[in-house]
Design a binder for this molecule. Structure first.
Ligand SMILES: C[S@@+](CC[C@H](N)C(=O)[O-])C[C@H]1O[C@@H](n2cnc3c(N)ncnc32)[C@H](O)[C@@H]1O
Length: 272
């Protein structure tokens, strides 16, 4: 049914959710997708709006502390003006610490990409899926000039910020505002990173990780999991994720190699 402005129910949910300051920056395709699913489930406007907001919270805000992107850009510009690797790394570390996933990766950054790329080979084209702030790990990736780096996320302001950072870093890079469930990336690449996002994607659509792995036109996919919950309790998480992930890919012919870092459990899926 349409309201006085001529909007159907899904459009009304999108308009209502989009007006909330907390969700204004989320990719419109994501809000639209969740609103359509919640309308189909509830067929009740108020309940569908509440459910859409609650799902957006799980997908998006649960991991976030507010980031002042203008301040972040000024910090990075100042570091690049100094021009030393130490100044750039220090600025990147400060910003990486603002997001749970990258903050947890800080203690292992010196080894993380070195170990993974020693196995996969240094990529000439790299996809960073559901990237969060991870592109700011670029100084630790040891990528030679000319490597194409594609980063994807659903936060408009973050993508604009990453675009500015990647230009400063002189990387051959593109930050895409792209919901990877609505539009899986089609770029051919050597390596795709799906870091600590599989659980978040599964919450949005069961089976979406495997569907994405099937679709990606890449040689290797690095899929990682946290070893602690957001509440910082261990609860046997690495064992649980390992069992669930190996079960998930068991029907595929892909070799899987495990890397157990102190704060992150990684699997390299080799699609060939
Ligand atoms: C747990 S964080 C992981 C961030 C990053 N990969 C890392 O490990 O540092 C999950 C990220 O996935 C993004 N995200 C969630 N759903 C997405 C989707 N459907 N398409 C693209 N990005 C998505 C969120 O905005 C968030 O930045």
């Amino acid at each position: 049914m349409r309201d006085r402005e001529g909007l159907d129910e899904v459009e009304q949910i999108v308009a209502n959710v989009g007006a909330a300051a907390k969700y204004r920056r989320v990719c419109p395709r994501t809000v639209q997708r969740l609103a359509a699913e919640e309308w189909a489930r509830h067929h009740h406007l108020k309940r569908a709006i509440k459910a859409t907001k609650s799902r957006l919270h799980q997908v998006y805000s649960a991991y976030e502390s507010p980031v002042d992107y203008d301040r972040g850009t000024r910090l990075l510009e100042a570091a690049y003006a100094v021009g030393t690797p130490q100044a750039v790394r220090q600025a990147c570390r400060t910003i990486l610490a603002l997001h749970t996933s990258t903050r947890e990766r800080l203690p292992i950054l010196d080894r993380f990409y070195a170990d993974l790329y020693a196995y996969t080979g240094t990529p000439r084209t790299l996809l960073d899926l559901a990237c969060g702030l991870n592109p700011l790990s670029h100084p630790w990736m040891g990528l030679p000039p000319g490597v194409a780096y594609h980063a994807y996320d659903i936060d408009t302001e973050r993508i604009a910020f990453l675009d500015r950072y990647l230009a400063l870093a002189g990387a051959e890079a593109h930050a895409h505002l792209q919901d990877i469930l609505c539009d899986p990336p089609t770029e051919r690449a050597d390596v795709a990173l799906l870091l600590k996002s599989s659980t978040c994607l599964e919450r949005q659509r069961k089976g979406s990780t495997l569907a994405l792995l099937d679709r990606l036109d890449v040689s290797h996919v690095v899929v990682t999991f946290p070893v602690k919950s957001l509440g910082q309790r261990e609860k046997g998480m690495p064992e649980h994720y390992q069992h669930a992930f190996l079960e998930m890919v068991s029907g595929r012919p892909w070799p899987v190699t495990r890397f157990a870092f102190a704060t992150e459990l990684a699997f390299v899926v080799s699609k060939g």
